[in-house]
Ligand binder design. Structure first.
Ligand code: BGC
Length: 762
């Protein structure tokens, strides 16, 4: 690592002194500072601020950039991403603040999505904790570690609502629900940014704005098209929640909306984001988002770059469309100086808010880098939080928790693998440091339990998934033997054991970007392995790895116990062992609906009734909305998840059944832990608006509380409901409530909720 000499420090200090010293807090002082700075900038320098190349330390897309230092010296770079380590960042920042004409510091960004080197569960898993303190804490630790390594800007939170498990990036979001998604968006922004004052606070970037999760057929980057009513009520709320929480930046999505790619979509980037929501930060494209509009069919690079700027985009990631064409567009009158100035100002404001003009090395502290990354304390939190994200899907005959003593057969392609534990989008992690299931079980067995391991099968028979998805050094060990032989070995292990733990499912890169699937089952060869294990008659616990809801009807019908563990992060193996042995009682609840088969997709709890709803409990009725070959039910509903204890809900008690205007309604329910051990329960509030000026969902999540109950304990959980909770966007996109009847529902998942009807008048 290069040491900065005293001379260099003095010259930096002198350089900073020469440019005006900004005061601490933004506001009029920020405006004056930036106006003054911009008065000195040439057009090229202004365009330079809009340019965000990738540094190439980490691969998150196709092209890469050459001669970055040269460009920085010329003032042609506003920020850099995918660069790792304080030493490198310090060196590059030094070029910007010592060798460029105006000494404007750079932003340093990275995809710190679910942790930095200490990795937390994939976001879809994290959302299943329904624990906003845990979510915020994970973002805080991620911010602390990333900032200790020089990063001041993260491309997170990703809050795209998705109802389509075929879409690989469902793994990166918070599931299907706008309310839960909004709460998580808020908690993440708070965790990353706090007030941006300290060098542990980093700027967040909410993405992918907008509607990226509604890609047709679940195919990544595909077309999105939906009504504005649906958009505003069901897909936009989490982005808005991030804006309301003060997110500093927004990333435009790749997809089109209403025929116009989000990157050139003025309706999204200006009319909604800035005019309606009052967003004050800057908007960055996604990776080559501007260039891709050539393929979208909107024109050549000059045309699409001008379109993006005019729509409200401020910064161009990777593609250099702004850098190379806007000057010409300005000369030809295709964009205005005011449009370029507005974008430049917003990028400079972000740097100001981060305090980079005051101290460009605010995030470059080698001591912090050495002391604050991948610490024992952070890993302990990652372990605790991961265990709270796992969802116990089935536990017939209380196979779980496992008892210490006896013999466990641990089998499956994901049992003895570290690299896949962090899951997709964990770009800063050292995968070799994560904990495998085998390691976790051995550590937890405390020498009282014998563990026999056998791989049992490969991830898939013909290695298609491994070849196509096994990027980033996360491939699994490939057993070269005939599959019959591997399965036989696993059966042998099972026959010597008291219980079988089968670690099956997807590998990390089978979800995430560019990892869509048309079949969402466990790969065939693993199904064969599971069948063979079940035939031994031994109790089998399926420990399921996945980045999406899977179609596991057969597994649910046949395996006695299923624990869904997503990709749990650095400490996955320990957290899995904690739950398997019952040191932690599982409390995760699904944030997505799990279908019976892929043909039911999209299947989501907050659907409409249609004009021909199916009678409750019915499978098929002629001339009703249903299928001939499968019922409308999911395998697991939204909000579902079991515990090692059992909770009983008492009657739902409302403060009134007839309300007027601004009155508040309280809904209370007693929840009793009538099992033998302490447990956590997520008590969920749903509301149905029975009659509306537009059709309304059959239920909508409007509140939840995660409570802890000791064995035998009863608690009363109370929700306070106001007309705010009844509001929705009507056909004119006016956000208001309409008087009438409402069903108030409380329960432990979206299916099994107690319901009472109220009348609410204006
Ligand atoms: C992804 C973004 C990511 C960006 C930068 C893109 O391919 O869609 O989510 O932030 O790359 O790595």
């Amino acid at each position: 690592m290069k040491k900065t000499s005293l001379l260099a420090i003095l010259s930096i200090a002198a350089a900073i002194q020469l440019s005006a010293q900004p005061p601490a807090s933004p506001g009029p002082a920020m405006n004056t500072f930036i106006t003054n700075l911009m008065s000195k900038m040439t057009l090229d320098e202004k365009l330079g601020q809009l340019n965000l190349p990738g540094a190439g330390d980490i691969t998150t897309g196709q092209a890469s950039n050459s001669n970055i230092a040269g460009k920085i010296k010329e003032g042609k770079v506003g920020g850099l991403f995918n660069i790792k380590s304080v030493a490198k960042i310090r060196d590059v920042q030094k070029v910007a603040v010592e060798q460029s004409r105006l000494k404007i510091p750079l932003l340093f960004g990275m995809d710190v999505i679910h942790g930095y080197e200490t990795v937390f569960p994939i976001p879809l898993g994290l959302s299943c904790s329904w624990d906003m303190d845990a979510v915020e804490k994970s973002a805080r630790i991620a911010a602390t570690e990333a900032s200790a390594d020089g990063i001041c800007w993260t491309f997170s939170p990703m809050v795209d609502i998705s109802r389509d498990p075929r879409w690989g990036r469902i793994a990166e979001g918070n599931g299907e629900d706008p309310y839960l998604g909004s709460m998580i968006a808020k908690a993440m922004v708070k965790g990353y940014q706090r007030d941006l004052k300290n060098n542990t606070d980093i700027m967040a970037c909410v993405k992918h704005y907008a509607l990226y999760g509604a890609a047709e057929a679940g195919r990544d980057y595909n077309t999105t098209d939906m009504s504005r009513v649906r958009m505003f009520n069901e897909y936009l709320p989490p982005y808005k929640a991030a804006v309301d929480a003060g997110v500093g930046s927004v990333m435009a999505s790749f997809n089109e909306v209403d025929g116009i790619p989000a990157t050139a979509n003025k309706f999204l980037q200006t009319d909604v984001l800035r005019t309606r929501w009052g967003f004050k930060g800057f908007v960055v494209t996604d990776y080559t988002g501007i260039n891709e509009m050539i393929d979208h069919g909107l024109g050549d690079l000059q045309t699409v770059s001008a379109l993006a700027l005019k729509a409200g985009i401020d910064m161009d990631m990777v593609g250099e469309g702004f850098l190379t064409t806007l000057k010409k567009s300005l000369q030809q009158g295709k964009v205005t100086q005011a449009q370029i100035d507005a974008a430049c100002r917003r990028v400079l404001e972000a740097k100001y808010k981060l305090g980079l003009f005051k101290d460009p090395y605010k995030y470059c502290d080698e001591k912090r880098a050495a002391a604050e990354i991948f610490t024992d304390a952070n890993r302990k939190e990652a372990r605790r939080i991961a265990a709270d994200c796992f969802v116990l899907l089935k536990n017939q005959g209380n196979v779980l928790p496992l008892k210490r003593g006896g013999t466990i057969a641990l089998v499956g392609p994901l049992a003895d693998n570290k690299e896949n534990m962090p899951g997709t989008w964990s770009v800063a992690a050292d995968f070799t440091k994560s904990i495998s299931v085998l390691q976790g079980l051995k550590d937890a067995a405390r020498d009282q339990t014998k563990i026999i391991y056998a791989q049992g099968s490969n991830l898939d028979e013909d290695s298609v998934f491994e070849v196509r998805a096994g990027m980033f050094g996360k491939s699994l060990h490939r057993d070269p033997r005939p599959v019959e032989q591997s399965i036989q070995e696993a059966v042998q292990a099972a026959s010597q054991a008291d219980v079988v733990v089968a670690a099956l499912g997807e590998s990390a890169e089978m979800s995430g970007e560019s990892s869509s699937r048309s079949n969402i089952e466990i790969p065939k060869v693993q199904q064969r392995l599971l069948e063979a294990l079940l035939r031994t008659g031994k109790p089998v616990v399926l420990v399921l790895f996945t980045g999406r809801p899977l179609a596991i009807k057969w597994e649910n019908d046949n395996a006695p116990a299923i624990l869904n563990v997503w990709f749990g992060g650095s400490e996955a193996g320990h957290a899995i062992a904690d739950v398997l042995f019952g040191d932690v009682n599982p409390s995760g609840k699904l944030s997505t609906t799990w279908p019976q088969n892929v043909g039911q997709v999209p299947l989501y709890y907050n659907h409409k009734t249609t004009g021909r709803p199916l009678a409750e409990g019915a499978w098929f009725q002629k001339f009703r909305s249903n299928y001939l070959d499968v019922s409308n039910d999911p395998v697991y509903p939204f909000g579902y998840g079991l515990s090692y204890t059992h909770f009983t809900y008492g009657d739902l008690v409302l403060s009134s059944k007839s309300l007027k205007g601004a009155q508040k309604l309280t809904a209370s329910v007693t929840v009793t832990n009538d099992g033998a051990r302490e447990g956590k329960e997520v008590v969920q509030l749903y509301i149905r608006d029975l009659v509306g000026s537009i059709t309304r969902p059959v239920k909508e999540l409007k509140g939840f509380q995660k409570i802890t109950l000791s064995a035998g304990e009863t608690k009363t959980v109370t929700f306070t409901i106001s007309t705010e909770d009844l509001k929705f966007y009507n056909s004119d996109l006016k956000y208001d409530w309409e008087p009438g009847e409402f069903d108030i529902m409380v329960g432990g998942n979206s299916r099994d909720a107690k319901s009472v009807r109220v009348n609410w008048v204006k």
